[in-house]
Every structure is written in C-alpha cells, then in structure tokens.
Design a protein. Sequence first.
Length: 755
Amino acid sequence: MIQRLWLRNWKSHQNTYFEFSKGTNILVGPMGSGKSSVLDALCFALFGNFPALQHKRVKLSDVIMSRPVKEKEAEVKVELVWDGVRYEIERKISLDGKTEARISREGKLIQGPQPQRVNEEVERLLGVDYDVFTRVVYSEQNRIDYFLTLGRGDRKTQIDELLGISKFENMRGNLSTMLNRLKEMREDASKLLKTVDIEKIIKEGEEAERELQKINKEIAELEKKEKEIGRAREEAGEEFEKISRLEREHTKLNEKKAALIRTVEELEGEVERKTKQLGSVKIEFEETELEDLERLLGEKNELIGQYSREFGSISERAKVVEKEVEERRELERELSGESREAIESRKNNLEKELNDAKGNLSFLKKRVSELEELISELRKEVTNCPVCESPLTEERRLELLRRREREKKEELSRIDELERRIALGSRELDEVAKKLKIFLEAEEKLKKLRDEKELEKLRSDLKEMEGKLKKEKEELKELERKRELMKTAVEVNKSKKRIQELKVEIGEIAGRIERLGFDREVMEEKRKRVEELRVEQSRFIERIEGMKKELRRVEEMVKARKEERKRYEEMEKRVKKYGEVYEKLTRLQNAVEETQKELREELIGAVNTTMESIWKVVYPYGDYKGIRLSIGESDYELQLNTDGGWVSVDGVASGGERSSASITMRIAFAMVLVPNLGWLILDEPTHNLDEEGRRALGAVLSEHAPKIVGQIFVITHDESLKDAVSGRVYHLWRDKERSEPTQVQEVNILNTTQQ
C-alpha cells in the first residue's frame, strides 16, 4: 500500500505532502490546479519515468518549478508498505539534467544513487515493470475506456501486447520471412549447381598439379647450375681481390713517391731563392748568436714599452694641466671685475636695510592694531574717551573717529610700501649672496689650479721622451732585420738536411715498388673472368625468376581449382542443409501458432473468469448478468450477457454501463497480470461520461471496487466524485494568474456531509 507522497519543486508543487489509506483516495480540483502532476510524480518516484516524459511531450527539466521563482532542483519521495515492510523511494532532478535515486528498507539504504539500479530494485520488489504499470494500473487522463475506443485491429494489437502474446506474433512473422528466404537461397544454389561441370574442374586441377611438378624440377636444375657458377665466381673474385690489393698498394706507393719528388723540387727551389736573399751574409753561425740577438730584441721591446707608457702618462698629465690652465684664465677673467670686499659691503648694507624695514613694519602693524581698537570703541557712541577716560561729546567722538580712521589709512599705506621694499630687498640680497658665494668658490678653486710653468715643464719632458722612443725604435728595426736574415739562414740549412732525408725515402719506396711484382695485364684478365661469370650467373637467376613466376601462376590455378571444387561441394551440402532447416522451421512455425492460440485462449479465459467475479460486485443489477472479452478472427470484443445472449458493449451499453465495463476490464487485467500489486490509478475518469455514467462510476469506486482492489487513486475535477471516497480526499487549487504554487487541503467528507 502507498502510504505517503512528498513533492518538492515539482511543477506547480512547492512543498506538498499527501497521506493515503486503503480504498478509494481522491484528489479533486479545477483544471490546472496540479492534480495530474501528482500522478506523474508518483509514477516517476516508482519507475523514473511517466507517460508525458516517455512520449517526449515534456522534458525532464520541465518538471522543475519555474514560477514564481526558477528552482535549481526538484524532488519526489514515496513511502509504501509491501509484505509488511516499509520502503521509501526518493528521486532528485537537477537543472543540468542529472538525476539521483535511492530506495531504503526500514530506513536502511539498499540501492542508489544510480537511477537504473533503483528501477531494477523496484521492478523486482513489485513484480511489475513500467510498461505494464502504465498500461494496466495507471490510466492516463480521460483514458479509462482506452481499450474500448481503439479501432478494429488496434485493440487486438494493444491487448496482445499487454498480455505478452504479441511476441509470438512477431516470432511467426520472423519465421515466415526466414522460411521464404531459405526457400529462395535453396532454389538459387540449386540453379547455380546445375550450371557447373565438376568433372572439368577436377580434370583441370590435376593437369595444373602435373605442370607444377614439372616446373619445380626445372627450377631445381637451374638453381643447381646457378650455385656452381656462383662458387666459380666467388673463387675468381677472391683472386681478383688479391691482385686488386697489390694494385692499390702499387698505386699508393707511386703516388707517395711522386709527392716526395715534388716536395724535394720545391725545397731545392726555396733553398736557391733564400741563398740569393742572404747575399754575403754567412750561413754558418753559432746557435748562441741567435739566442743573444733574441734576448737583446726582448730587452729593446721592453724598454720601448716602458718609454711608451711614460710618454702616454706625461701626455695625459699635460692634457689635464692644459685644461686647468685654461680654467684658471677663465676664473681670473671672472674675478677681474668687482672685488670681494665690495660685494661683502653691499651685502651687509642690504641686510641692515632689511632689518630696519622689518622693525618699522612690525611697529606699524602694532600701531594699526591699536588704532583698530580705538576706532571700534569710538564707534560705540561712548561718552568718555577710551584713552584718558575724560568726558567726550558726540562731536568730539566723531572727530576723533575720523582722525583715527585717517591715521589708520596712512599707516596701512606705509605698511604696503615697506612690504614692497622688503620683498625687493630680499631678492636683491639673495642675488648678492649668491654672487658672493660664487666669488668665494672661484677664489678657492683658483688656489688649487696649476699654472703655465708646470705645463711648460711637462711639454719639455714629453719632447725628450719622444726623442728616446724614436732612437730605440730605429735600433729595434735594425735588430729585427738582422734576426730575419739569421732565421732565413737557419731555414736554408734545415731545408738542405730535409732534402737529403727525402731522397733516401724516395729510394726506399722505389725498392718496395719493384719487390711488389704487380702485373696490370694479369689483373685485367682476372677482372674479365669475374665479369663473365657475373653475367652468366645473372642469366641463370633471370631464368629461375621467370620459372618461379610461372610456378606461382600455376600454383594460383591449382589453388583456384581446389577452392572452386570445395566451394561447389559446400554448396551441395548447404542445399541439403537448407532443406533440413526449412522443414524444422516449418514445424516450429506451426508450433508457435498453436502455442499462441492456446496461450491467448488461456489468458483471455483467466481475464474473463476474473471479470465475471468482479462484474457481480461492480454491477449488482439484473439486466446484464455477465461480461467477457470475446476473441474474434481479427479483433477482441467486450461483450455483456443478456437474456438474449451476448451483445457488444459498443452497441448497447449506456454511459454508466460502459464505465462499469471499462473499469471491470482494467481491474481484471491488473489482477491477472499483476496479481500482487492491488493498485488502480485513474486520471479524470469521468471525461465523456454522461450524468448516469458518472453516478455509476462513483458507485463502483465507493462501494464495489474497494472490495476487489486494495488501493485506488482518482484524479478529477468532478466534485460529485467526492462521495465515492472510502479513503482520503484532498482538494487542490492555485492562483494561476499570479503563478502561485499549488495549495492542498485534506477534506473531511463526514464533516462536510453533516454541514
């Protein structure tokens, strides 16, 4: 039994709670108040799906409340008691499309948060899947008579699908397709076999195998001859390689001998040229003479370096002194004007004048302040003098006031003049002080600068050092010339010695060349023999390759004939197999058809038996004594039993009788297909029913159906169905213009009736 249901941010439900009981539970309210969304939430809580979502009439994110505030997630939770055990199933949906699900038993989590795992656990627990639940237990809005409104053929398809019989129909169709295909394949293969000459294929294959043996034999003989030629070529190649090594050594020695001869000729020419350069200079000399000369050159270079450094140092000092002398002349020109004593005197006079002016200014400002106080007192129309306190007439007061104001004006004018003179004097004093400072700095700097006498001395030292440098450089040049001549003499002696050594080496090489005994004609004969054997071997290799190509061609032919023979032999086997399978599938098709027929009769018999017992409770009147679902050739027909026999509900039943028949069939389907569930869910079942039909349906729901079905849920806008309650009633409403959430109130039917 479903005991409780919670909805949070689900469509128009912000935070809604329901508590249900056994019998018929009714949710009543106007259109758009959020009634059907309660059943969608219940279906989603159980199976993670509901019809509008399955048929893509809404997206999953559409169930999250969007008005008056867009929420981020929605949540539904259902509590049910099954076989005396309490279970809770809850599911959450996020705006990004992610979902979570959990199922708990007696408060302990048994599966989650993967929705698919929870779905499987719910189906295992209830023994029913989503498809059967929505077809049998859950009647969508205005579809209580769904099976009666279907057209011919569709009703049979839908009911067979509901009962699971449609699988056999699909199997029969598939078997027919397979039988037709097998028949076509067997006929096609038989026709193809009649066009094939198997004996010819076998004969061609045997001839190809004999040709293959012949080619293999010829290739073996050719390969044997090619190997013999190859060995002879290797031996000739080794002999040619030996004489080639002699030829390379002979060439190498001749090249080396020629190079040495060229070197001797170059050295002899160089000796002759350098001997002419020396002239009368002796070639023979002691080694110590050259060493002494090198030492003397080193000392001379060192002395020249020392003189050069001193010359540079004196030159730099002279440049510095020359700048100082020029600077001295410039300072002396600057100091040649006004004397330091005159500048200091003018500065002292300016300072005294400024001090006197500042004293007068201070006195005048004080005097103006005193006058301002007197003027302030005189303006008060006093009768005594503010200074001497003697009696003061009004005329005298006014005269004193004018005099003091005139005096204040004169003093202020003198103050302005003094401030102007002080400003001018301050600027003049700053200029004089600056000039005095520059003068003193110039005098101090002049004391440190060197004069022209020191410059003349440096120039004299510079000239003397320049003479020493010139003398030493001339001596160095003469020594270097002498050293070069001595070096040339040394090189001439070394070259003569090297010429003698090279001539000895040339003689030794000539002896080695003679001992080699290299014969170029013999080498050429060996080379020709190697080439002849290479050409002959290449011809054999080409013939072998040609034979191998032919061999591969014949091998392919042999393989093709074998495969062709095997293919047609297998085809013969398949033709035979097709016949055997065709017979077996034909027997299977007949068995499926018979099984489908027996299963349909058995299931419909069970439904009819169940409807018969339900009908007596749901419709306790005498005009229709029974109800059944009749099996026709192409359709099912719901019939009622009258005194005159069985008649179709479509033809004779009123709205109320049709409603009773529809709900009887739905309850029967539920009891046969899901006997342990005991639920029935109806959304707007009074649609298209007349007043009589609504009254009959109300009676069924209040009095009869609860005796058969443990728990019924009805969604309706029809207030009259509140009388059909045997469980709980909830009234739902909302202000759609303000986009307010759904409001829910449980209705006490007993109290309502009494009022």
